[in-house]
Each structure stands twice: as structure tokens, then as C-alpha cells.
Write a new protein. Structure first.
Length: 373
């Protein structure tokens, strides 16, 4: 698994969860190629993966000229695996663009995990075509890859490890930030992109603070397009200073969800929505915008309430209040949660990926047999 950046995000967590499941259930070794030192390298080593330093500067994306200059070096790194039955997994389009050509020149099978909703420009179509198979996290993502041969696209929601204890997670959060143990914890979990709408979350909190006894908002995430300072200033302007805690980026994500009384997910154009899945598996109610991946999750498993993506903060808050009054109306019962847990387990995800491996390697094995004759 090659990565370009240094910080951990949702694609890294999903990729590493898959790697652990493949290792545990099928004895497959997961090797991470990334800038080192980096948070990605530290997390990979913490999960007992082999880490190979890429020797490249950490970044979200490389220019085409940089990719061309680094091609020989990348071929050299991947060539060390030619004596093994190696398969290359690219967890985002930028990794596919940078490392896909080296993998193809060496003849390695190449899998791309599509977890985004992007305009399919000519260049992106060429990048997508590098992959032997694309694994899409949702129907929305699969439709976004309509430019790709449908025989090479597989729909497979990521596996979710949901082992966090709600009581332990809450106690840890309360202790770490000196919170009132009886507070009603309402959370936002996402890095600070405009699309995730952290300002909107704070607007909703402004409504809830005056109506929910013991209300306290928790913001999990790190700076991206927006800074934490900007959000703090905005929260102070709403009079939320002592009612909101900025908890930073914390792993594992499921622990953050488990500590909450209610998860709010106001993001727009969400490809899937891992936090919603973690919430429904943990029995944490959610309120989310009714757009693409969120609708797919809610329609398939439930576990919360949907709000129009055109709704204002007052309406969003009114739905949140309704859920807080009686969470049992939306939280999955034990039978439905057990069914969702099975459908979304890392083991099930690994099983499906192994079937993709068979699809990729079967033609190569047949060709090798024919040549041998």
C-alpha cells in the first residue's frame, strides 16, 4: 500500500483495517510504502506492518513532472517484490496516479479503492484505467466510476472494527478534557474541510446549548481547508466558548464515536460516511444530511435520522432534540446491529477482497500454464 502524505485520514484507517484482516485471516503480509518519519509510518508499524520509506516529501498530491522524475525510484522500490505474489493497493486517486505507472510497468496486479465523488476529467479517466479492479465504498462512488469498464468495478463497503466500549470511551474523554461526567456530549467527527461544514455544526450547537440540559459539543478533527483557530473564534462569537471542546485528531475513530450521546454529520456530498457506520454499530444515534452516501447508509441499516441538505441549522437542531428525547426510536436493536456488524466486519471485507484477488490472478495463472505447455 503506497501513500503520499504524512497524516492519518479515513482512507488510511480503512486500508490498515483491511490489511490487518487479510493478515489475520489469510496470512497475507501488508507492506506500507510512505514518507518516513510520518504519522502514517508510525501507525503502520504500530499495527505490525512492514514499512518501506518512499524517500519522498509528504504531500496530498504530486505534479506530473515530479511523478516522472520519481518513476525510476518507484520502480526500484516495487521491483524488490517481484519474487513474491505481490498486489498493489492504492487507497486514493493521487496514490494511483503516482504509483500506478510503476506497478503496471512491473506487471503487478493493481487495485484502486474509490472513496470519493469527483468530476471525471480526461486525466482522471486515464488514471482510473490503470487499475485492474476498482473497489467502490458505495453505490454513489460506483456511479462516479461510470467511465470505467463495469466488469472491473466491485461494490464493497469497508470493514469496520467496532470493539470500543462506550463507557470506557466516555470516561477517557471526560478525564482527558476535564468534562462534566453528566454532560450530554454532542459530537462532530471530521477533518476541517468546507464540505464537512464544521461552522454549520457550531450553528446547530448554538441552538442546542440553550435547550439541552448539560449540553456540551465535542469537535474531533484536524486543520485542513479551515483552521481550528477560525472555528474557535466562530464558536466564541456564538457564545459557545465554555460549551464546546476541540479534541483534535484521535485514534481509533470508533472510540471518539463511542463517547458521544449523539453524532451530528452535516457534511455534504459524502461518498459513504464511516462515522455513521461506526455510530450505528456502537448504538450511538446520529443525525445526518440526506445526501449520497449518508442516504445509502441510512436506507440500508438505519440507526439515526436524515435531514435535508437544504435544512437550516434551526431545523437540524430540532431533529437532534427529537432524537435526544428518545434515542431508542432510532438506535438499532441487538438483532439488527448484529446483522450490520456481520455485513460490515473486516473479515467479510477481507473475504470479498480475496475474491477480487482470484479474479485478478486467474487470467495470469492461466497464461502461465499455457506458456508452460
Amino acid at each position: 500500500m503506497p501513500f503520499l502524505g504524512s497524516e492519518i485520514g479515513g482512507s488510511h484507517v480503512a486500508g490498515f483495517t483491511l490489511g490487518e484482516a487479510l493478515s489475520c485471516n489469510y496470512g497475507i503480509e501488508c507492506i506500507v510504502v510512505c514518507p518516513s518519519p510520518s504519522a502514517i509510518a508510525d501507525e503502520a508499524r504500530g499495527r505490525q506492518f512492514s514499512v518501506i520509506p518512499s524517500g519522498e516529501r509528504p504531500t496530498y498530491r504530486h505534479s506530473l513532472s515530479y511523478d516522472l522524475r520519481r518513476l525510476a525510484s518507484r520502480i526500484g522500490i516495487l521491483a524488490s517484490f517481484r519474487s513474491h505474489d505481490a498486489i498493489i493497493h492504492c487507497n486514493d486517486i493521487q496514490a494511483l496516479k503516482s504509483w500506478g505507472p510503476a506497478a503496471k510497468l512491473l506487471g503487478f496486479p493493481l487495485i484502486y479503492h474509490h472513496r470519493s465523488l469527483n468530476p471525471t476529467t480526461f486525466l482522471k479517466r486515464r488514471v482510473f484505467s490503470l487499475a485492474d479492479y476498482s473497489i467502490c465504498v458505495s453505490n454513489a462512488c460506483s456511479e462516479n466510476l461510470s467511465c470505467v469498464d463495469r466488469r472491473t468495478v466491485v461494490l464493497d463497503p469497508v470493514g469496520i472494527a467496532d470493539g470500543s466500549s462506550r463507557d470506557a470511551a466516555r470516561a477517557s474523554l471526560v478525564a482527558d478534557f476535564g468534562l462534566d461526567g453528566n454532560a450530554r456530549l454532542i459530537g462532530f467527527i471530521a477533518n476541517f474541510f468546507h464540505r464537512k461544514r464544521p461552522f454549520f455544526f457550531l450553528d446547530v450547537c448554538a441552538h442546542l446549548a440553550s435547550q439541552v440540559e448539560g449540553f456540551h459539543g465535542i469537535v474531533f478533527g484536524r486543520e485542513r481547508e479551515l483552521s481550528e483557530k477560525e472555528l474557535r473564534v466562530y464558536a466564541d462569537g456564538l457564545g459557545l466558548g465554555r460549551h464546546v471542546t476541540f479534541a483534535g485528531f484521535r485514534l481509533p475513530p470508533s472510540r471518539n464515536v463511542a463517547a458521544l450521546d449523539l453524532l451530528l454529520a452535516p457534511a455534504l456530498d459524502e461518498p459513504f460516511g464511516l462515522t455513521l457506520v461506526e455510530a450505528l454499530l456502537l448504538g450511538v444515534p446520529y443525525v445526518a444530511t440526506s445526501s449520497v452516501g449518508h442516504k445509502e447508509i441510512h436506507g440500508r441499516w438505519g440507526g439515526g435520522r436524515m435531514v435535508s441538505d437544504q435544512a437550516d441549522s434551526a431545523h437540524f437542531a430540532s431533529v437532534a432534540l427529537d432524537v435526544l428525547e428518545d434515542p431508542s426510536r432510532v438506535v438499532l436493536d441487538q438483532i439488527r446491529r448484529a446483522r450490520a456488524r456481520q455485513e460490515l466486519s473486516p473479515k467479510r471485507h477481507a473475504d470479498d477482497v480475496m475474491r477480487v484477488y482470484e479474479l485478478i490472478t486467474a487470467p495470469r495463472a492461466a497464461l502461465a500454464l499455457a506458456v508452460g505447455r
